[in-house]
Design a protein around this ligand. Sequence first.
Ligand SMILES: Cc1cc2nc3c(=O)[nH]c(=O)nc-3n(C[C@H](O)[C@H](O)[C@H](O)COP(=O)(O)OP(=O)(O)OC[C@H]3O[C@@H](n4cnc5c(N)ncnc54)[C@H](O)[C@@H]3O)c2cc1C
Length: 500
Amino acid sequence: MPDLSRRDLLKATAAAGAGAVILPAVVTGGMSDVAAYGSGSDCKAECEPPAKLTGRIVRPQDPDYPEASLGWDELFVHYPLVIVFAQETQDVVNALTWARQNNVSLRVRSGRHALEGWSNVDNGIVIDVSELKSTHIDTATGIAKVGAGLNQGEAVAALAKHDLAVTTGTEDSVGLSGATLGGGLGFLLRYLGMACDSLVGAEVVVPTGIDGAKAIKADLNNNSDLLWALRGAGNGNYGIVTSLTYKASPLKSVAYLTATWDGLSDLQGIFDTWQRTAPLSDFRLGSQLEIHKSQILLFAVLAEGTAAEIRHLLDPILSIDTPDVAVQTGNWGDIYAGFQTPVADEPAFWKFFSQFTTDPFPKKAISIIRSFINDAPSEDSNYFTQAFGTGAQTKQPRGGSAFNHRDALFYAEPGAGWGDRANPDCDDPTTPIAQAWIAEFSQALRPYVNGAYVNVPNIGMQEWETAYWGSNFDRLRRIKQKYDPQNIFQYEQSVPPASC
Ligand SMILES: Cc1cc2nc3c(=O)[nH]c(=O)nc-3n(C[C@H](O)[C@H](O)[C@H](O)COP(=O)(O)OP(=O)(O)OC[C@H]3O[C@@H](n4cnc5c(N)ncnc54)[C@H](O)[C@@H]3O)c2cc1C
C-alpha cells in the first residue's frame, strides 16, 4: 500500500474493524458498555457492580478515531478498541474499573509525546486525561494545583502570569504529566530542580480490590511512598494521575540567549568549553547545545538575569570564532512561547536515544559526535545536550524522589526526525536508515555515558531498570506491589511488582 498515508491507513483500518483485530461487542456498540462483564465472572459480593464508560468516548467506527488515536511521533501506529477522554476523575475511575472487569489492557495518555508509542495500545483502552485542564494557583503560597491534561506551554503560561514557574521541558506541546512523572528537565533545572522536584502532591486513580478503582491522594502526608515514586517513575506505572500539585517558585524575568556557528569546524572547542563551564556556572544558568550537520546552536536561559550577565557567563564559549548571538530579556512565559515550533511544521517520524554522563567527554567522544552528525540521515537530526552539573537538581526535594541522575554533568541524546507530517509515508525509506544511525551513534558513545532517561526510553536496552533508576528500582518494585499488585499498569519497560 505504498500510496496510502498513515492517516488514510488508520481510517481504512478503523473502518474495516482495525485490521486483524476482533472487536468485542462492548466496544463496537453492539451491546452497552456494561453488558460484557458479569455473566461468566467468578465475582461474588466483593466485586464492584459492572462499570460503564463515561466521558468523551471514541471508538474505531467514529470519524474522529484516526485523529484521537494518533500520537506525536507518527512512527508508532496503534489501534485501541476505545479511547476515553476523561472529563472528571470519576470517568477515570469508571474506565479503570471497566478495563479490569472486562480484562482489557490499558494505557494512560496525556500529551501523546511518548517516544516509543507506549501511551497507546492495540486492542485495549486508552485512558486519556488531556481534557482535564483545571488550574488553581494560590499566588500567596505558590501552590498550583492543575489538571493532568495541561501541556507544558499551558502550564508555563498560567504560572508566568503570576511571575511563578516550575521547571518544564522545552517544547510546549509535551504533556506536563508525562514530563513531570519521569523527571522533567529543561532550562530551569539548575535553578529550580527537576519538574518532579516541585511536585508536592497528586490525585491518582489506582486499582482496588478484585476489580475496582478509586482516587487517592499522594503527598507528604498521604501515601508519601507513592509521591516518591511519582517523582521520576510515575509514567503509566502506578495509577492514572488526574491532578498535579506543585510548589511553584517566583520568577519575574529571564535573559534568553541564542548563538549559532556555521559548520562543525569549531565543534571540539565549543563542546569542550561548554561541558567544562556551563554545567558548573551560576546556578541560574540553564543551557543546551544542539549540533546539526550544518550548524552548532547554543540556547541558554538565565533566571532573573540581564543580557550583560548571560553574555558574560557564556563568554568562554561565545569567544570561540564569531557566532551570531542574540539576547532577549522578558517574562518567562513570553520568552518560552517565543521559541516554539508549531507541531505541524515538525517531521512526522522521530527516534531518540537518551544518555546521561557524569564526566566530561574526551576528544575521542566529541570526534564520534562529529563523524555521526556528518552522516546524519536528515536535516532534522541532531545531537542535543542539556547542562546539569552544579545546581538545584543536585538536591533531593523534601520526601525524596525516584529520579536518579542528580550527579550528571549533562544529559544528551542523538535524535533524528524525518518524514512529512502533512503526508507521512509509512514506507519512508529513511526510516531504517535513521533507526540504524541512532543505534550505532548511541552505541559508539557507550564507553562515555552512564544512565538513561525514562522519558526518552531506550527500547531494547539491557538493564534499563538500573539505567533509569539505579538502586531505586527495588524500592519502586515494592511500591508497585503495594499500589498495583496485579500489575494492571504494564507495558514494555514498566516497573513490575516486587513479587513478579
Ligand atoms: C518533542 C519532544 C520534546 C521533548 N522535550 C523534553 C524536554 O525538554 N524535557 C524533558 O524532560 N522531556 C522531554 N521530552 C520527553 C517527554 O518528557 C516525554 O515524552 C513525556 O513522557 C511525554 O509526556 P506526554 O504526556 O506528552 O506523553 P504521553 O504519550 O501522553 O505519555 C507519556 C508517558 O507518560 C504516561 N502518562 C501520561 N500521563 C499520565 C498520567 N496522567 N498518569 C500516569 N501516567 C501518565 C503514559 O502512560 C506514558 O507512559 C520531549 C519529548 C518530545 C516528543
